[in-house]
Design a protein around this ligand. Sequence first.
Ligand SMILES: Cc1cc2nc3c(=O)[nH]c(=O)nc-3n(C[C@H](O)[C@H](O)[C@H](O)COP(=O)(O)O)c2cc1C
Length: 221
Amino acid sequence: MVKNAFFFFIMISFALTLSLPFVKEQESQPAEEIKLPAPEIETGIPLMQALKKRGSSREFSKEKLPLQVLSNLLWAANGVNRPDSQKRTAPSAMNCQNIDIYLAMEDGLYLYAPLEHNLKLILKEDIRGSTGNQDFVKDAPLNIIYVADLSKMTRGTDEEKSIYSAAHTGFISQNVYLFCASEGLATVIRGLIDRDALHKLLKLRPDQRVVFAQTVGYPKK
Ligand SMILES: Cc1cc2nc3c(=O)[nH]c(=O)nc-3n(C[C@H](O)[C@H](O)[C@H](O)COP(=O)(O)O)c2cc1C
């Protein structure tokens, strides 16, 4: 009996020792899906004060954004504000909702899903440094990449689709600017980006277009 218990103990210890590196490796893997907490829609400063504070800033702290802040930011950017119709905080022509929000963070590249209000893992790499030609992008905690899905625009010429996609991105970006002004975050919209390189890196389809990027983080102290 004692011999059996001893044998059992040795086997369990052996199995645990073998599985330890595997468990450690799994812990360091980014999550395939990040469920965001419900957005806090009762917070924020009055709109006129946010407009007074709105501005571009290019000096960021490395401090990560808490999940609640990320949730609030994404909801403000282009979240569902009228659940009955699934319409968003930003307008879009014919309600085509053709802008996808990609998030380049240290843990990987994620895609925001507004209906589920969660993040889906796209790449397990830190691609922040490839989201722009300016030095600060590699260390700031979040670089948003706005991608237009032209397949969601059924009418219009290519030029019209580009114009509308840029306008849609502008509305979303300004929502981010105002949220950042309210939350004391630094941000800047960026057109100085290598769109072709990002298109490849994000593994986009030919009918998707990288429009702009936007860096977000706490101001450098
Ligand atoms: C479409 C667009 C593209 C921009 N591209 C960049 C950019 O690539 N890099 C950058 O540092 N700022 C960029 N900016 C930010 C502008 O330089 C900034 O908005 C302007 O200097 C006015 O400053 P403000 O935003 O503080 O009012 C861009 C702004 C817009 C609207």
